[in-house]
Design a binder for this molecule. Structure first.
Ligand SMILES: [Zn+2]
Length: 208
């Protein structure tokens, strides 16, 4: 059976483990946590991500007005567990027109957030978090700061929350206005939440 997976950092197809190495390999990045095809925006899609998630699976909740959940993806295999999670959403840009949003949680070095944002990565890089924070997320009544990461066409925020990197990536960049107010987040691994999620069509921002 051929299992197709791509590199979370560059999107290239990667090589499956062999008899000599248990890791997936990218020609460019060496050993990586493989990214399998995106999971459908459905309860089953979410459950399949939650089953192996070793990092938070963040969702803005309550959802901003008119926003829908548009799919999931995770980096990692059965051996490692999912070390990078991404939740995709779409909805109205506060400044007009449609917008897309990805929320990523990952261990250092995975590179999923930077990869999805089109940045070299894997982590936010030198000089990150040197100045005043640019936004805030709120998790269980605690606020955590995020900083803007320089980027061309999207708004990219990153910070460290609950022991993992958190990335918030918005297209177009003007949709960064969503973070004018602190963004409340829930970790979907907490099954007690039992949220009734509104699902939309699969986000084009997630790798096939
Ligand atoms: Zn790569």
């Amino acid at each position: 059976m051929v299992v197709r997976a791509v590199c979370p950092r560059c999107g290239r197809q990667v090589h499956a483990p062999t008899a000599w190495s248990s890791a997936w390999r990218c020609d460019l990045h060496g050993e990586i946590y493989p990214l399998f095809p995106a999971r459908r925006p459905s309860k089953d899609g979410l459950d399949s991500l939650l089953k192996t998630a070793m990092v938070p699976v963040w969702l803005p909740w309550p959802l901003p007005q008119g926003w829908l959940v548009c799919g999931f993806t995770g980096a990692g295999d059965e051996r490692t567990g999912t070390r990078g999670s991404a939740v995709a959403l779409s909805g109205p840009n506060p400044l007009g027109g449609p917008a897309d949003l990805l929320i990523v949680a990952e261990d250092p070095g995975v590179g999923l957030g930077a990869g999805l944002a089109g940045l070299p990565g894997p982590d936010p890089g030198d000089g990150f978090a040197a100045g005043q924070p640019n936004a805030t997320v709120k998790v269980a009544n605690h606020e955590a700061p995020l900083w803007l990461v320089e980027s061309d066409h999207e708004a990219v925020f990153a910070g460290e929350v609950a022991g993992s990197w958190l990335w918030v990536v918005l297209w177009p960049d003007t949709a960064g206005a969503l973070l004018v107010e602190p963004l409340p987040l829930r970790d979907l691994r907490n099954r007690e939440l039992d949220l009734d999620l509104p699902f939309g069509a699969l986000s084009p921002r997630l790798p096939g």
